[in-house]
Design a protein around this ligand. Sequence first.
Ligand code: ZN
Ligand code: ZN
Length: 277
Amino acid sequence: MAFRITFLGTGGGRHTSMFQVRSTGGMLIEHDGRFLHVDPGPGALTQMHRIHYDPARTDSVLISHCHPDHYSDAESVIEGMTHGGWKRRGHVYGSTTAVEGSGKLGPCLSAYHRELPLSCESVRPGDIRVIDGMKTEFFRSIHSDPTNVGMTFHTEFGKVSYVSDTEFREEIAEQYVGSRVLMLPVTTPRGNRIHFHTCTEDAAFFEDIIKPELTVFIHLGVVIIKKGADSEAMWVQEKTGCRTIAARDRMILDVGEELGISDAPCFDDEWIPPSSV
Ligand SMILES: [Zn+2]
Ligand SMILES: [Zn+2]
């Protein structure tokens, strides 16, 4: 029952997203033979093609909030999951904005796409769901989409958390205490703190409170990419003593007794997924 995360994208923020400096396709989580796609932003479809992953295998889709770098490919991913819209299957979870819409945000899925899967429901901080047989807890963030949710997956090899976009506050970090692996959106580098996001110094604050075995930087903005995400991660590791890395597109993290890091094979061909024939 291994738990595997494939990082379809490691970029974040509007500039990385619009220029596709790095992909912003979210994460594909494989657990017990089932697949959960978290935050299918721009590039998700391209990256799935590149690693020869058939979206018909996806069992659930989760959208943390209603910003395009987290949802823009979601409708096509849902069409893949439902075999072109012909087979009612799979489950969709999302923030209130993503699923229902609130104020000027969302919904980010059309009524048609919300009806394709077996269920489509909104999740709020404090909620617990069993997704693909895995207990998943949702947490609060401080972000420009106030309904944004972070989350912890309870795997048999420990808690794996995805913080999602937020500012650093002690009470936000404390929600993730006990996490073995922390996937942390670090949008900007040292000396570049911006409202509603996490910078490199904040990453160290998160680690000081949570003390994870491994922190993985994701959601990299153009400035941190330009400065060097690896060296920013190394700075945090030296400061906190916690292992810290910057993810790369199509990187695989296996969470078992040990933590394994590798890269998915990447193809550039006209592969046609089995579900289409
Ligand atoms: Zn974002
Ligand atoms: Zn956001």
